[in-house]
Design a protein around this ligand. Structure first.
Ligand SMILES: [Zn+2]
Length: 95
């Protein structure tokens, strides 16, 4: 570790595979502290620097669920998919 630090540390986790909006867990959404811009096949959220906002995450989730929690990529939807089970995966700090 260097003692001089010219840049602030990256804002996100080293690795995060759980979607902050819906709890889907099959994609790498954050890597080396930065969003990967991966699009969640479930809720359709693109991991982005905007995902640092808890309010933004909640707004998106509310809108998604309010419109029926439809899959962005319906072909990826498991037959036995359970919204409540998946939502339980959402990390506590993003609920
Ligand atoms: Zn999602």
């Amino acid at each position: 570790m260097s003692t001089e630090q010219e840049f602030p540390p990256p804002p996100g986790p080293e690795e995060e595979s759980v979607c902050r909006v819906c709890g889907y867990d099959e994609e790498l959404f954050w890597e080396h502290g930065w969003p990967t811009n991966a699009i969640c096949p479930c809720c359709g959220n693109e991991s982005d620097i905007k995902d640092l906002s808890l309010r933004g995450i909640r707004d998106y989730r509310g809108e998604w669920v309010g419109h029926g929690a439809n899959w962005d990529s319906p072909l990826d939807k498991p037959k036995d998919w359970d919204l409540l089970k998946q939502i339980a995966n959402i990390p506590p700090e993003w609920r």
